[in-house]
Structure formats: structure tokens, C-alpha cells
Design a binder for this molecule. Structure first.
Ligand SMILES: [Zn+2]
Length: 296
């Protein structure tokens, strides 16, 4: 009888008490997780802390996230305050384990300044710039996983080439678009590097961080821009509340114009797992198609 009770008790303990979840490489956003997955062998598990549709600017880690951060062997984040509410915890984690910022491979002249000592964090949609970040990430991961160095090096070369080819493919498609049509409006300023790389005049209704408020003046100025450039499409974003872009559509209508809301672009988060847009190149192609169509 005693034996039976002991077994039941042990079972209850076993099922009621979850052992800490082991996390190999934890990336803050889906964009970063994709970069790591592209260059690591499949046997190294990569976990994204934020799922698709999550806005990294306003993301506050919950208790289970803190446990994941604590249990991770390596942490990968974007840096440049993309993960604005995680700065302290990332710093703290960096005292005990490798915490790698993807933006650390860029130099000041590569960055778009947004204020005194602050820089736009949305570096991934300039695929040439991102290819450089990926190259450096490959070097870092090859050191972390010496048993996989050869494979990581090989995969990095292939992926960096894919990113550069995709950059050239889009730039070539854009050559057919006259300068006067190259303009777009999005919900927040996530496409400045993209605009710089592909020579598109980009305006975001909200600032570089979705945490910033936008006012009547921003709304009016953006509506003016839409009318001046003759845009017939504005873009919501999958990780941003569409209300702001709907209000912008209304502001344009009040000025006697008309603008439609295009399919939401992927900006700070990639698509759901299992879709083509779950990779950066897939999301980039989807965005490129929406943007090219809006120029027609
Ligand atoms: Zn953003």
C-alpha cells in the first residue's frame, strides 16, 4: 500500500512540477530567429521569443519569457532599442551568457540617425545591409558551435548570396518605375533603410517606435504628402494596430482625396510559421509585390 502511495505521490510531483524549459538559441523577434535558422544546422534549435504579429517596440517580457531568457544558452537581439522595453533584462542576461546584437556589425555611417545618439533599428529590409549583419552573425555562431563550424560557414555564404541576389532582383524590377512614382506611406517608420536602399520616398505616420504618439500635425502632413505624390494606396502593417492608417484614410478623404488601404506589409514581424512569409526573403517578396503593385 505504502509503495502505491509513493508511486502516486511521485507521479503527482513529476506532472505538477515542470522542469525548466531548455532553450538553445533564443532570438527576440521572428526576423532574428529566421537569420539564425538560415545559417545554423537544423539540429540546433532556434526559438523566437515574440511570435508573428507582435510589435517589438512595446513588448514587455512576461514571466515565462524571463524563464526562457534565463534558460537560453545564447540570446540574439536586434539592438538599437528595437526591443525598447527589454533593454535592462538583456543587459542583465549579458553578464552571464552570450547576448549578441545583430546591429553590432554596423558602423555609424550605415545607420539612419533619428535623434541625438538614437538610430533607426529597422535594419533588415535593406537586404545588402542585412547580408553584412548575417555574415558577422555567422562568424559569431561558428565560434559558439565549434562542432558545426564548417556547416555554419557554408550555410552563411549561401544565405548571404541569396540575400544579395534578392536585393538585386528587386532593385532591377524597380528600374522600370519612374522616380515620380517611387513613394509610399506606412503605419510607422519601419521602412527608412528600405527606402534608402531602393530609392523610394517613404513616410511613416507614426515615428520609428510605435510607442511614440502621433498628432494631428503628423496626420495632416502625411495626408498632404499622399495628395502631393498622388498615392492611391497606403499600407497598414501586420504588427501594428490598423486604426492609425484608417484615420489617415479618413484625413485624406476630408481633403477631398481618396486612398485605399493595401494589404498589410510585414514590418517588425514575419508571417506565421508554415507560410512563405515566415522567412525574411518570403516577407520581403510579398512586400515588394504589394509595393510594386501600388505604383501602377
Ligand atoms: Zn518598428
Amino acid at each position: 500500500m505504502n509503495k502505491v502511495i509513493t508511486v502516486i505521490f511521485s507521479l503527482a510531483l513529476f506532472t505538477g512540477c515542470h522542469p525548466p524549459e531548455k532553450v538553445e538559441l533564443l532570438a527576440t523577434t521572428s526576423v532574428l530567429a529566421d537569420a539564425a535558422r538560415q545559417i545554423l544546422p537544423e539540429s540546433v534549435e532556434v526559438t523566437a521569443l515574440m511570435q508573428s504579429n507582435i510589435d517589438p517596440h512595446s513588448y514587455k517580457p512576461v514571466e515565462s519569457d524571463v524563464a526562457k531568457l534565463q534558460n537560453a544558452k545564447i540570446i540574439l537581439h536586434n539592438g538599437l532599442h528595437l526591443e525598447g522595453k527589454m533593454t535592462d533584462i538583456l543587459e542583465k542576461m549579458g553578464q552571464n551568457k552570450p547576448v549578441y546584437a545583430m546591429s553590432s556589425s554596423l558602423r555609424l555611417p550605415d545607420l539612419i540617425e533619428t535623434g541625438a545618439n538614437s538610430y533607426d533599428p529597422h535594419i533588415w529590409f535593406d537586404l545588402n545591409l542585412w547580408a553584412r549583419c548575417v555574415e558577422q552573425l555567422g562568424g559569431f555562431l561558428a565560434l559558439q558551435y565549434p562542432e558545426h563550424t564548417n556547416e555554419i560557414n557554408k550555410r552563411t555564404v549561401v544565405y548571404v548570396n541569396n540575400l544579395r541576389q534578392e536585393h538585386t532582383r528587386f532593385a532591377t524590377l524597380l528600374m522600370k518605375v519612374p522616380d515620380s512614382l517611387r513613394a509610399m506611406v506606412t503605419a510607422h517608420d519601419a521602412f527608412s533603410y528600405f527606402g534608402r536602399a531602393y530609392e523610394i520616398d517613404v513616410r511613416g505616420l507614426q515615428g520609428v517606435s510605435t510607442a511614440a504618439e502621433f498628432g494631428v500635425r503628423d496626420m495632416r502632413a502625411t495626408a498632404e504628402f499622399i495628395l502631393q505624390r498622388g498615392l492611391h494606396t497606403v499600407f497598414a502593417e501586420t504588427s501594428v494596430n490598423p486604426k492609425s492608417i484608417e484615420a489617415l484614410q479618413e484625413a485624406v478623404a476630408q481633403k477631398g482625396g481618396a486612398v485605399r488601404i493595401g494589404l498589410p506589409l510585414y514590418s517588425d514581424a514575419l508571417g506565421n510559421e508554415g507560410t512563405k512569409e515566415a522567412t525574411l526573403i518570403g516577407a520581403f517578396r510579398y512586400n515588394a509585390l504589394q509595393i510594386l503593385t501600388s505604383f501602377e
